[in-house]
Design a protein around this ligand. Structure first.
Ligand code: PGA
Length: 245
């Protein structure tokens, strides 16, 4: 595991964007695994700036997103399809046909999960997977549990995740209770993994995940086993790690 220490979330976003930019330059038709949430916003802003400066070309890039809420279609403003369009895709020269997100309003979520894994395989797997981390150390919506779930699957969101995401909805009751998430296998099979963690709210999750034992009770801890894993974290998120004490 490599740790890149940033002074704040803006610098963390810049570091993560540099890693993604290097990947796109090295392999213009690379497959990027993308994440939603507040954490990657600085990274996406930096990528848009690099595109506008003529430094990056996304015309051949393919993307697969980690997850989507069950019940929200792409026109719902809290769907992850909406998030990706409005925070990245509309501002760069990516072909929308090359962007993939699980279908949250499918009539058959289990079939959608199988389709998504087959799609990732047909793209040749993920070259660089970008991740955030939940306060409970989830990655994507791989929530703490008895076992790591390898496949894309439908997940019942934990109370902690529903509470953490309620800030994006008018009330906690409106937060969907289920999501489709990429499983641990596709994440671990990504050739590079970059996880961004910022703020004191992530400090315990970071410490448990990367300075504690590998356990499905702390889903991100599995990344300790990945051969090319980079943690990009700000001082606040690293504040509980042994090296910071
Ligand atoms: P956040 O979410 O970036 O909004 O904190 C991260 C996550 O839940 O993976």
């Amino acid at each position: 595991m490599k740790v890149i220490r940033a002074k704040d979330s803006c610098e963390a976003g810049a570091f993560a964007a540099e890693l993604i930019a290097a990947q796109v330059k090295q392999k213009p038709d690379c497959v990027l695994g993308l994440a939603t949430g507040s954490t990657p916003l600085d990274t996406y802003a930096q990528l848009i700036a690099a595109y506008r400066a003529g430094e990056l070309d996304f015309s051949c890039v393919r993307t697969v997103n980690l997850d989507e809420y069950v019940g929200l279609g792409p026109d719902h403003d809290q769907s992850y399809a909406w998030f990706m369009r409005h925070n990245l895709f509309e501002f760069i020269n990516i072909d929308p046909h090359n962007t993939h997100i699980p279908d949250g309003i499918t009539a058959d979520p289990d079939a959608e999960c199988q389709r998504y894994d087959a799609l990732i395989a047909s793209l040749g797997g993920v070259d660089l997977q970008l991740l955030g981390i939940g306060p409970n150390a989830h990655i994507g919506f791989n929530e703490p549990g008895d076992a790591f779930i390898p496949e894309t699957h439908v997940v019942k969101l934990t109370d902690s995740t529903i509470a953490a995401n309620a800030r994006f909805f008018a009330s906690v009751d409106q937060v969907p209770r289920q999501a489709i998430t990429m499983g641990i296998r596709a994440i671990l099979q990504a050739r590079k993994v970059v996880l961004i963690a910022t703020g004191t709210g992530k400090a315990k999750a970071v410490c448990d995940a990367f300075w504690g034992p590998v356990t499905p009770l702390v889903p991100a801890s599995i990344l300790q086993l990945h051969p090319d894993f980079t943690l990009v974290a700000d001082e606040d998120a690293l504040s509980l790690t042994p090296s910071s004490n």
